[in-house]
Design a protein around this ligand. Structure first.
Ligand code: FE2
Length: 270
């Protein structure tokens, strides 16, 4: 087993992991330790990695099977399980707080990002601890959220979704608004504001409530901000966090992240 050194990066979430070269095979005890570290810290950072697409896919599979992404126009041509996050292919940085691909029956356990080209300033990624957000709500609101379900489909605001992706991934999928983490056992608030409609509410009321929740829940105390360095691998636990990109960088510079999402369990509230 690799000798892991895990150093916390923020009081609420985030830890740097040293002692693992992700370009090499990861043995079973190390996989187990990393899976628990992710469940505990919710965001893991590995510095100074140098990965080919195949090595990156192998490393990502430590956290679950890589799954197809539904903006297939941005996938790496020879490695379609890797999505390219890059403004020069027409993407806008995802600056709204969200969790990835909630429109799947088994949405990602984790989103994995690898920093390939990094602007000299700005362009970070923030991750919010939705386990802490849940715990900070009033008892009444926790009970209310536990009673609510969402129906999740593709983003309402996107105009560039391919028809084949709409056909494959457009069917509404039901999830609880509070989910129990399958490894950690704790509860977290779970929704994607532009993919979800809350069952029993109009789209407008549902969106207004989710926007209000985000405003109240996401405070600096529960946010880890990742300032990218080339070679960083950031692993985000999608079962208990939300994240967002920051578009505050010079667009004449390139910001290229390779993204892999790995399949998790069907969300449930135990
Ligand atoms: Fe995302």
């Amino acid at each position: 087993m690799a000798l892991l050194k895990i150093t916390s990066l923020h009081p609420s979430l985030g830890a740097e992991v040293a002692g693992v070269d992700l370009s090499k095979p990861v043995d079973a005890p190390t996989r187990q330790a990393l899976s628990h570290a992710l469940a505990d810290h919710l965001a893991l950072v590995f510095r100074d990695q140098a990965l080919t697409p195949s090595q990156y896919l192998a490393a990502a599979s430590v956290f679950g099977p890589p799954m197809e992404q539904h903006y297939s126009q941005h996938n790496m041509p020879d490695f379609p399980l890797i999505g390219l996050v890059w403004h020069r292919n027409g993407q806008q940085p995802a600056e709204q707080w969200h969790t990835d691909h909630t429109n799947r029956e088994r949405p990602p356990a984790a989103t994995i990002l690898y920093g390939v080209e990094i602007p000299s300033a700005g362009g970070g990624t923030s991750v919010a601890n939705m386990r802490a957000a849940y715990a900070a709500l009033s008892e009444d609101e926790r009970r209310r959220l536990e009673s609510l379900k969402t129906f999740n489909s593709l983003d309402s605001g996107r105009t560039d979704t391919r028809q084949e992706d709409k056909d494959k991934y457009g069917k509404p999928i039901e999830h609880p608004m509070v989910r129990t983490h399958p490894v950690h056992g704790s509860r977290a608030v779970y929704f994607h504001i532009s993919k979800a409609r809350i069952d029993g509410m109009t789209p407008e009321a549902s969106r207004a409530y989710m926007a209000d929740l985000l405003d109240r829940m996401i405070r600096p105390e529960i946010v880890y901000h990742h300032a990218w360095r080339k070679g960083d691998v950031l692993i985000i636990d999608d079962r208990a966090t939300m994240h967002r990109a920051h578009g505050d960088y010079d667009r004449r510079q390139s910001r290229v992240l390779w993204r892999i999402i790995v399949e998790g369990d069907r969300p449930r509230l135990d």
